[in-house]
Design a binder for this molecule. Structure first.
Ligand SMILES: C[S@@+](CC[C@H](N)C(=O)[O-])C[C@H]1O[C@@H](n2cnc3c(N)ncnc32)[C@H](O)[C@@H]1O
Length: 331
């Protein structure tokens, strides 16, 4: 299912508004490390002092953050994203370093606001593959200076993040199913709020419907715990289980209205996760797709490599030095 660009923009803007450093959830600490970081350090190793780089689909700037930390050279960086980034980490930079990075939010890669031949390095990590490559690749080639480099990490159709995303989508299906955990928690709010008073508790004792909802909710909470325990990606289930318990505490302590508001925020968060995970799976490149992208940038299969971290496949890495006029339109 194709996601409308405005939905994608809103979903990612909400995601980045939490100050999250990157898009790989709990699998990396506050930044990307290991072989991804090594790839980016090598990518900028040969840059001349004063070089300019452009990071495409930057999110909260995981790649610029790494590169600014690891280059002795005074490189400067423009970072664009379709969504609105909120990179809190730049507040911790010295004034000198902060002046060297500029974020451009709500800026699609298909229409770059830069003059021709502006950048020595164009980078993108888990980003370019989300764009309309038939329009973004010519833009990259336009703004890259002759002799400049394109370095990419993209999603790989067989990689761990894609497999985890597919498993997590199945958990979202389970959580959001009719009469599933989310809906049943909603049905629990009114009885929980009623239980806050003596009269309410008395009315619940003979309320068979409320009793049935409670039994179902408890059974589903247990099922969620079991599913999470047997899964390589328990986060969505475990977090939702805890959050729904809190919503019901809110119902008991602050009333049904506040609890319904909290539940609708959770439902929104789940719907957003679904969009991000579905797109991750949809835009991951198989080998033919990776070769086709490299070819469009003037390279070939020789320019792509599977990227492993701790023995786990994490994506495709690509390093290219496009030759002017080598633009090929992708099918
Ligand atoms: C998986 S995140 C990667 C973010 C970042 N590069 C990182 O490694 O943490 C994908 C990003 O692509 C952005 N994006 C999607 N389509 C885009 C487009 N057409 N132009 C620019 N950015 C886009 C999204 O807004 C999102 O921030």
């Amino acid at each position: 299912m194709e996601i409308h660009v405005d939905v994608r923009k809103a979903v990612w803007s909400r995601y980045w508004s939490h100050g999250i450093a990157h898009s790989c959830g709990g699998s990396y600490g506050n930044r990307y490390e290991g072989s991804l970081a090594r790839f980016w350090r090598t990518a900028c190793a040969g840059l001349r002092p004063g070089a300019r780089m452009l990071d495409i689909a930057t999110g909260n700037g995981a790649v610029p953050q790494l590169l600014l930390a690891h280059t002795a050279n005074s490189i400067s960086c423009d970072a664009i994203d379709l969504a609105q980034p909120e990179p809190r980490w730049i507040a911790g930079l010295s004034r000198h370093k902060r002046a060297r990075i500029q974020f451009h939010g709500q800026q699609p890669a298909e229409m770059l606001p830069f003059p021709d031949a502006r950048f020595d390095l164009v980078s993108s990590q888990y980003g370019l593959e989300y764009t309309d490559l038939g329009r973004s690749v010519p833009e990259i080639l336009r703004v890259l200076r002759p002799g400049g480099t394109v370095c990419l990490i993209t999603h790989h159709a067989d990689a761990r993040p894609v497999r985890l995303a597919a498993a997590e989508l199945a958990h979202l299906d389970w959580l959001q199913a009719p009469a599933g955990l989310l809906e049943t928690a909603g049905a629990m709010i009114e009885p929980m709020a009623r239980a806050a008073t003596d009269a309410g508790r008395a009315s619940l004792s003979g309320d068979a419907a409320a009793h049935a909802v409670r039994t179902r909710f408890n059974a589903l909470q247990q099922e969620a715990a079991g599913l999470a325990a047997g899964s390589a990606c328990p986060d969505a289930l475990a977090e939702m289980r805890a959050a729904l318990g809190q919503v019901l505490n809110v119902a008991a302590g602050q009333g049904a209205g506040t609890a319904y508001e909290a539940l609708s925020l959770l439902a929104q968060a789940l719907a957003d996760s679904r969009v991000r995970l579905q797109e991750l799976c949809d835009y991951a490149l198989d080998e033919a797709g990776a070769i086709s992208l490299a070819a469009a940038l003037g390279g070939s299969a020789r320019n792509i490599e599977p990227l492993f971290d701790n023995g786990m496949l994490m994506g495709w890495s690509m390093k290219l030095r496009p030759v002017r006029g080598a633009v090929r339109i992708l099918a």
